[in-house]
Unconditional design. Structure first.
Length: 52
């Protein structure tokens, strides 16, 4: 089986990528402020549309 990066298989690189992605996502979400209330309301309206 061919290796891709430093003798690590493609599955191994994918697993490392998922772990690194989760860590970066957590760090960025902790360091950035939450969106304004109007944006949160807009997103909530998009998630639960009303039938009129």
């Amino acid at each position: 089986m061919p290796t891709w990066f430093f003798s690590v298989s493609a599955e191994g690189i994918g697993t490392l990528g998922m772990i690194i992605n989760c860590i970066v996502t957590l760090i960025v979400s902790r360091l950035t402020p939450p969106p304004p209330a109007e944006i949160q309301d807009l997103v909530e309206d998009l998630r639960t549309p009303t039938l009129e």
